[in-house]
Design a protein around this ligand. Structure first.
Ligand code: ZN
Length: 224
């Protein structure tokens, strides 16, 4: 079944997903846990629309390709177009282009990614496979401070990832300004804002619960 955004009633936005733009190493503690340097500009990559599935269904991990890690991330849903032409916009105008916020899992074949990194190759084989981006429902952002939201992932009842969006190296506004200077962001596109520390392998049968402050709470089951 083709993925469609699940939007709360206060969001007016298309439910059609175009592309998913992702940011690597946007939390210093996560960059550190994988022995990566802290970037001086956002590290960007893209997942195709075929990567998206609803996190309200089960999450499927590929078999026979090494460890598949969870990276829980705040996901921002774009409501109005942002492009190089609008990059000089005021912060408030960039903020008002955001239709909603949710959670995403940036599923990552870590062994594959390590090999690609070693060879200096792009990460798509590790991060852009079908189903590599489970997405929660989205809720509106009126009155929400996007840079002050606790984000948590529980795996089988154990707290695995704990962060706060205040610790992002590049704020949502700065990310959108930078990303849209390179790729035009269209209504329905989603931006993943990076993962805090605590990433680790998923196993078939794992029960996951992700929360973004009190805005989003989503539970899912890992299958293969
Ligand atoms: Zn990620």
């Amino acid at each position: 079944m083709k993925y469609r955004h699940q939007l709360s009633s206060d969001i007016t936005c298309t439910d059609h997903l175009g592309k998913i733009v992702c940011v690597g190493r946007n939390y210093a503690d996560h960059a550190k846990e994988l022995n990566n340097p802290i970037p001086n500009e956002p590290l960007l990559f893209i997942k195709p629309a075929t990567a998206a599935v609803s996190m309200l269904d089960t999450v499927t991990i590929p078999e026979g390709r090494g460890a598949c890690h969870h990276e829980l991330e705040m996901a921002v849903l774009i409501g109005t177009e942002l492009s190089a032409k609008t990059a000089a916009m005021q912060d408030e105008d960039i903020l008002s282009s955001i239709a909603g916020v949710g959670l995403a899992l940036d599923l990552t074949l870590r062994d594959v990614q390590d090999e690609l990194k070693e060879k200096g190759q792009p990460w798509e084989r590790a991060k852009a496979f079908d189903g590599s981006c489970p997405l929660s429902n989205f809720v509106g952002v009126d009155g929400v401070d996007l840079q002050d939201l606790p984000i948590q992932l529980y795996r089988n009842g154990q707290l695995q990832q704990l962060g706060n969006t205040v610790d992002m190296l590049f704020s949502v506004i700065n990310l959108l300004r930078d990303i849209s200077s390179i790729f035009t962001l269209l209504p329905g596109d989603v931006v993943l804002t990076g993962t805090p520390a605590g990433v680790g392998p998923l196993l078939k049968g794992d029960k996951l619960k992700g929360t973004l402050d009190s805005l989003i709470c989503v539970e899912t089951l890992v299958v293969s």
